[in-house]
Design a protein around this ligand. Structure first.
Ligand code: AMP
Length: 483
């Protein structure tokens, strides 16, 4: 069976250089997280690493610190020697921030390469010479296409949040990119889950990887207080405003399903005196960065986001996450509420559940193997016929054509403006709409129509408490015990 490493209790024993230890201690970190304790020595040894770790575990420092050390041994160069692939622009920016933070006493240069922003400054940076590129796959391939990046000297490849990248349809891009790298290199892959696709991918390009796994630090059941408020769809806005004001919430991340819904909700909250803004894929990168900064700096009380845009928002101790719309895929709920309760802190996840949301909530509860506390807020009790209006019509998801082999076509998509690949939409089915009786005739606790069905090939659900760990089954016969 897969065994965990003995957890090292100090950064000093991991083999990191004095400059890196200094940068780490300036961040106030004294004890490595489990993923750091396990991954850092493996990466320093030069081996490939396959790590089961999700956001919030400290995985970024787990790969950033050792790779900075390895690259620095040869000094700064002019060629790209480390490529870090990530699913979103936000994550790219955050990973680079870590590279800068931990590498502040190292001469290595890094840049981010992602779509949605002018490509020319990236081209100029690449011309000047960089050691580390943190990229989303689409824009990286734009550079390949334009011959503005040379990947022939990459020594270390990192795939961060690999399951998410595949979920977003980047598999072909990733394969193509890997094909452009030199055969001799070190590979590191981090993934929260290990569906079949990830295992297959790892099997194609990793060499005898050492497997490490850490417990989910932000196990929702343990760290995040979860509550659902039944409410009519039409009164969700009022209830949210009421909760924010009544509880004096200061930093709330609210999830909506659509970009339009996010804008409208932010506007409605502003109208009642709550500082709010929205972040989603239709906003330009500078706009998104600005909004995010305001939120981080506590200038915005409420940030309304869609799932994709919120991916990678890394705020320590984010106290409140609100599901204004429930996600159609139960695993997304776990990702969403993982935004709070990080680094061991407790958080609160609130879901506003209208009549139509009940099957979704049932599926979430089934996935987590626990019930979410139900609390009716006085004055917002559901069932008032006046408030049982149908939801605003949801935009029909367009089935865009399959990923084309034609480079021009791929490139058009590669600007990463909407990183969700058509395949992703096919993989994430809408919940089958069950015939609904008249809302007013049904009490809130009516039996739910059951969980969301998942076709073969969709990402595996987040680990359930009772399930066996997923990593050990990855490479039978190749298993390595950490340490
Ligand atoms: P990540 O999983 O890389 O997204 O990191 C989650 C959060 O943990 C980030 O905000 C880091 O700043 C923080 N963090 C990273 N390493 C440590 C550590 N050794 N001790 C405490 N917090 C850490």
């Amino acid at each position: 069976m897969f065994r965990r490493n003995t957890i090292t209790t100090s950064f000093n024993t991991l083999g990191l250089s004095a400059e890196l230890l200094r940068a780490v201690s300036e961040q106030g970190y004294t004890v490595p997280t489990p993923i750091q304790a396990q991954a850092i020595p493996v990466v320093l040894s030069g081996r490939d690493l396959l790590a089961a770790a999700q956001t919030g575990t400290g995985k970024t420092a787990g790969f950033t610190l050792p790779l900075l050390q390895i690259l620095n041994q040869k000094g700064a160069g002019k060629t790209v020697r480390c490529l870090i692939l990530v699913p979103t622009r936000e994550l790219a920016a955050q990973v680079q921030e870590s590279v800068r933070t931990y590498g502040k006493y190292k001469p290595l240069r890094s840049i981010t390469v992602f779509g949605g922003v002018n490509i020319n400054p990236q081209i100029q940076d690449l011309r000047r010479g960089v050691d580390i590129v943190v990229a989303t796959p689409g824009r990286l391939l734009d550079h390949v296409q334009q011959k503005t990046i040379d990947l022939r000297h990459v020594e270390i490849l990192v795939l961060d949040e690999a399951d998410r990248m595949l979920d977003m349809g980047f598999i072909h891009d990733i394969r193509r990119i890997i094909g452009l790298l030199p055969k001799q290199r070190q590979n590191l892959m981090f993934s929260a889950t290990f569906p079949e696709e990830i295992r297959k991918l790892a099997g194609t390009f990793m060499r005898d990887p050492q497997l490490v796994e850490v417990a989910r630090r932000n196990t929702p059941a343990e760290l995040v207080a979860q509550v659902q408020h039944p409410v009519d769809q039409s009164r969700k806005k009022d209830l949210l405003a009421h909760l924010v004001k009544e509880n004096n919430w200061q930093q709330v991340l609210v999830f909506t399903k659509t970009k339009r819904g996010a804008n409208r909700l932010a506007e409605a909250l502003e109208k009642v005196g709550i500082e709010a803004d929205a972040i989603h894929g239709n906003k330009s990168q500078p706009q998104r960065t600005k909004v995010l900064k305001r939120f981080k700096d506590n200038e915005l009380q409420v940030l309304v986001a869609t799932d994709i845009a919120a991916r990678g928002i890394d705020i320590d101790e984010l106290p409140h996450v609100v599901n204004f719309d429930l996600p159609h895929v139960p695993e997304d709920y776990v990702h969403r509420i993982g935004r709070t309760g990080r680094a061991g802190s407790s958080g609160e996840a609130v879901s506003l559940v209208c009549f139509d949301d009940r099957p979704l909530m049932s599926a979430i509860e089934k996935l987590m193997n626990r019930k979410v506390d139900l609390r009716v807020i006085a004055g917002f009790e559901p069932g008032n016929p006046l408030h049982q209006q149908p939801r605003e019509p949801q935009p029909q998801r367009q089935h865009r054509p399959q990923h084309s082999r034609h480079p021009q076509h791929n490139q058009r998509r590669a600007d990463n403006k909407n990183p969700r690949h058509p395949q992703a939409t096919q993989k994430r089915p809408q919940v089958q709409q069950q015939p609904q009786p008249q809302p007013t005739q049904r009490p809130y606790h009516a039996p739910s129509p059951g969980p969301v069905s998942r076709p073969t090939g969709t990402p595996a659900p987040a680990p359930r408490p009772k399930q066996a760990r997923q990593v050990p089954a990855l490479f039978s016969g190749q298993r390595r015990h950490a340490g």
